[in-house]
Design a protein. Structure first.
Length: 336
């Protein structure tokens, strides 16, 4: 763990160094966009970047950073914007950079990102096309899981049902382990930790392709939710009083805001781009479908951005003045 911490610290320092040293050589007409480590933010960055280039005549540059150094870059002005700021995950930093007036929100990219325990919808409703009968028609919430344990039997421990959990080391993985206890399910289920995010998604898709029952922790937006018809099980409403280790986090996950974040000086100096970003808004369904396109076609985030712009002309065209939207459409016609 100490070695891992040293490596992470070194990478953070390296990222900060890149952000600092990059700033002086950037042209005045270049918009610097922070790429974080997940696909959806990189896709949205390229949707916004494409529009900024084609509609407003600016150049774009993408700098990779984890959340903390990325927000520090926005604060200093070394970077200008990012299309997904999961600000509740770094609330102390977010409160500092907004209180000092260096960074601001330009609105919500998509609705609060849900997460929790999912099952395939065919378990509840069946799937006539695949010849699947509903095996758990009354399964709606975590409180119903006890009576359906036999559907989720753990092959390595047949006495218990299996909840596919996140990888070891993720904070949410330990939270889910405590949730099992908080919901009184410890005698019926165990949280099975996946070896990686890929292992978790693979386990879900393998079961889904075979039409089998599966219970798993997951989140949105992701390609999994775009490609597979999954149902999020209900939990008691989020309650800060219950969202503690003492109470085993026995309630729904807190909402997570996904904001478009930008350096305040950049916003003032680029009002047209700021107006476009304030109008920018997508849905979870659109995001899930775009990420599913990426997965199914082994596409890059740039290719996914072009797909999104072609697929949802009626959506993004409302973000822009008519003349600017026409420039984007003309550029899309030239894309292969």
């Amino acid at each position: 763990m100490k070695l891992r911490t040293k490596i992470v610290n070194a990478l953070v320092l390296l990222t900060l160094a890149v952000l600092v040293t990059a700033a002086p050589v950037m042209a005045a007409d270049t918009v610097v966009i922070v790429d974080f480590s997940w696909d959806s933010v990189q896709m949205h960055n390229r949707i916004a970047g494409y529009i900024i280039e084609k509609a407003f005549g600016k150049k774009t540059e993408y700098i990779f950073a984890e959340s903390l150094p990325g927000f520090m870059g926005l604060e200093r002005g070394d970077a200008h914007l990012s299309m997904e700021g999961w600000v509740d995950n770094i609330l102390e930093v977010w409160e500092r950079v907004t209180t000092n007036g260096k960074v601001e929100s330009l609105g919500t990219n998509f609705p609060d990102a849900p997460q929790g325990w999912y099952v395939p919808t065919y378990m509840i409703k069946g799937d006539k096309e695949r010849g699947i009968e509903p095996v758990a028609p009354d399964l709606k919430s975590v409180s119903d899981l006890e009576k359906y344990k036999e559907l989720f039997i753990d092959p390595e421990n047949p006495k218990l049902g299996r909840l596919y959990n996140g990888p070891a080391g993720w904070r949410v993985t330990s939270i889910n382990e405590m949730k099992v206890k908080g919901y009184g399910l410890e005698k019926h289920y165990e949280a099975f930790s996946a070896g990686s995010e890929t292992a978790l998604s693979t386990a879900i898709k393998r079961a889904y392709d075979r039409g089998l029952p599966v219970l798993a922790y997951y989140w949105e937006p992701t390609w999994v939710m775009g490609l597979l018809d999954m149902t999020l099980l209900e939990e008691p409403p989020h309650d800060d009083a219950l969202w503690t280790e003492k109470h085993n986090f026995a309630c729904g996950f807190p909402s997570v805001r996904v904001l478009i974040v930008a350096n305040s000086k950049f916003v003032k100096e680029n009002p047209e781009i700021a107006d476009f970003l304030r109008n920018y808004s997508t849905t979870l369904e659109q995001n899930n479908k775009a990420l599913a396109f990426m997965f199914q076609n082994d596409a890059t985030t740039q290719q996914a951005a072009v797909w999104f712009l072609r697929e949802y002309d009626d959506i993004w065209s409302k973000w822009l003045p008519a003349e600017a939207a026409a420039k984007v459409r003309a550029a899309l016609k030239e894309e292969k």
